[in-house]
Design a binder for this molecule. Sequence first.
Ligand code: MOS
Length: 744
Amino acid sequence: MPQNDNLTTLPVVGRARKRIDGPLKVSGTARYAADFDFPTLLYAVPVCATIANGRVASIDTSAAAAMPGVRKIYTHENIGTLYQVSKTSKAMVDEKRPPLSDDTIRYYGQYVALAVADTYEHAVAAARAVKVHYADIKAPSVSTELSAAQKPETQTERGDPDGAYEKAPIKLDHTYSTPTETHNPIELHASVAVWDGSHFTLYETTQAIMNYRAVMAQMLGVPTDNVRVITEYLGTGFGGKLWPWSQALLAAAAARDLHQPVKLVVSRQMMFHNVGHRPHTQQRVRFAAEKDGRLVSIHHDYIDQRALLSDYQEDCGEATGMLYSSPNVRVTGAYAERNVGPGTSMRGPGKVPGLFALESAMDELAIALQMDPVALRLKNEPAKDEMKNIPFSSRHLPECLTRGAEVFGWSRRNPAVGSMREGDTILGWGVAACTWMAERFSAEANVTLFNNGTVQVASGTQDIGTGTYTVIAQMTAGLAGVDVDAVKVVIGDSNLPPGPWSGGSMATGSMVPVLIQAVEQAGQQLIAMAAEEDGDFKGVKSDQLAFTQGKVHRKDQSPDSGRHFRDILTAAHAAQVEGHGKAKGTFGQKQKEYSTHSFGAHFVEVAWQPAIARLRINRTVTVMDAGRIINPLTGANQIEGAIVMGIGMALFEETRYDPRNGKAVNSNLADYLMTSHADMPGQMDVIFLDYPDIHFNAMGARGIGEIGLTGIAAAIANAVYHATGVRVRDLPIHVEDLLTSKLV
Ligand code: MOS
């Protein structure tokens, strides 16, 4: 650790900075996976199953194979060997079955063949000409009424929730549901695979290049070192691009067979079946409370929809044991198998649907108690994590609630339903809490300080559109005492030192200890150089010198008195010094000393016009307790984006499967409704409390990618109830639901 230096207050860190990659993106120079081109590039187009439950009897490829420009048609008979990831491996993949590895069809759209041709158009035409004959066709199971196929698993339990529930004076028992949601990043999933006879170079759309390399190596059956994964830029992923999907294996297998680069871009329609979704959930919440509002018991029993051959679980009850104080709690999870493609993490997995149920139920409890919903939450603020029985590292949920209430003007709220009118419009005000875990992945980075005063930082992580390039540059600049413009960030290549996944809101926090250590190690070399130099530090022992923000100085003097690395390197006739940082992660480890989470609160105003059945989100106020914010501009952007996405979750998004064939009927951006500009709130206020969490890392920075989507759908549903008197427990809220409102 650098001497006498508070790393929570470094220069540059904590300042609003525009994205350093912004100009590359708006000028079209940033290269995305599908942009990579080669003179001998071939194009692959999959053939997708048109049934969801049955098997392939035969595939007639003869007509397709004879079409112009076609190089080869692949089926399960000639794709070549693809392996499963070993069960003992930590490599993550949600579609575990290699593509084309058997003749069973488990979901609509499953890849059954692949056409490879010299142009995209030829490949499309050939894919259409492949004739697939199916047998044993059965009706798919896609019902949205979920009942557990097995005994629910208890996930956390304390006290006697059943006994306490029976005895309590105030009780609530409601079931909430959230639909299947499809990620729909604007950049389509894409794979460009190059094989040179021994090594694969894979240009991929991924949020985790290092994991991608591990999975692809195992499934292709080559050593990890023979796979290189490149993701220089990503047009977002929302979790859908965390792990590899089958198209990457198809492209790589075809490239291996044909010895030519192969590009496969997944179409928008395929993206509704083949690259994951947030599973449909059904959640029963039971609360018991004393008349003063104290929660005496919480039950949260959820069932999620699960694909065949999948073990992805939408962990809805993850926060239930720690968000509020209650001596008696039980959370159970179960699943129902369906003929759908594998589910996967979608921004805020588990907690986002979970907090829709929990925070809706808190609002219903407040109404039953005739208590203010902010006051109810304050009343149940825990003094520690009661699930793990350890203190929180830094928890300021009450301040999020009180500050948000103040900025929003909550004290002017009339709790009576439909009571706040503006002409023909009824206003509804709702609130909900937010939370997301704070963990770090293991990571490594190299930082090189050059004699011209510039710095390079290199790590095998990636920027998924969230601002990772920029915050890594800021943190490195702050530590190395240079301007952000002097830092070159090299990421997006698995040949670099292994960096963190962009998942779980962990990339930034994971980089903190690594960057500190790398800069410190470079600094040690500069100290040694400076001590040998015939200059300022002549005769000073190196253990009396420190390196702080780019300068070597005497420990008993201020860093300002020191000598810049540029001058030390120049005097030593050295081009550079390089430091390496490596830190072990916390993710997946048992938390021993502190429970580390972020918190927040959303306040929402909706406007309901009963005469024309029009619902709008007028304004939102969000207060976040997410530790030290490295860049308030990209940070606020994350929260705003999550609110926009949350409006979609509350009002629009749902993937619907046709019960006849299991097809997602709205598999396009016209029918799968998402928030558009016209649906945006007139005003979104985002406030960061900015308390550094120094138990988490030395800069005190937790993550902010996902927390904004937790709670927002509940805050909207609660506001809608306040405006209309209609409690919608099944998302999304359709305007039709509100036509039952008695208010005019
Ligand atoms: Mo996030 S769902 O871990 O990309």
